[in-house]
Design a protein around this ligand. Structure first.
Ligand code: NI
Length: 134
């Protein structure tokens, strides 16, 4: 624990507090504060690089798409080839007859990763594109 701590107060709905208490108990946190500090670290890891687009980002991009949408496979593949310097690995899972899930492990400048995410989102047939950074 840090030598000095700062106290902040938080106003939220009873439902969120109830869910928080559930997580505190299930995950054996010592207190609500400990759980919220953990959540805050995750939130900051997800967003801090957005203010520094030149900073190196590591994480994964998860794409869910309908493989029967016209040209979707070609367009996704083409984007991935053009961004090959950012993509370390690709995992493809056939969810069902229609949906595919693709996970790209990525590393590169935040701005370039965000560009890739935006281009993937723009492909017709993608249902969800989500970036998780670590
Ligand atoms: Ni598939």
């Amino acid at each position: 624990m840090a030598d000095s701590m700062e106290r902040i107060s938080l106003t939220t709905s009873p439902n969120l507090v109830e869910e928080l208490d559930h997580v505190v108990e299930e995950w054996d946190y010592g207190s609500r504060s400990e759980a919220i500090r953990d959540a805050l670290r995750m939130f900051l890891a997800e967003h801090y690089w957005e203010n520094e687009p030149g900073h190196t980002v590591r994480g994964s991009i998860v794409i869910v798409y309908d493989h029967e949408a016209p040209n979707v496979n070609d367009e996704l593949l083409d984007l991935q080839h053009r961004a090959n310097e950012l993509i370390m690995s690709v995992q493809h899972v056939h969810f069902d007859h229609h949906l595919c899930l693709e996970t790209l492990a990525v590393e590169g400048r935040g701005a370039e990763i965000q560009d890739l995410v935006n281009q993937l989102k723009a492909v017709a047939g993608t249902k969800q594109v989500r970036l998780t950074t670590v």
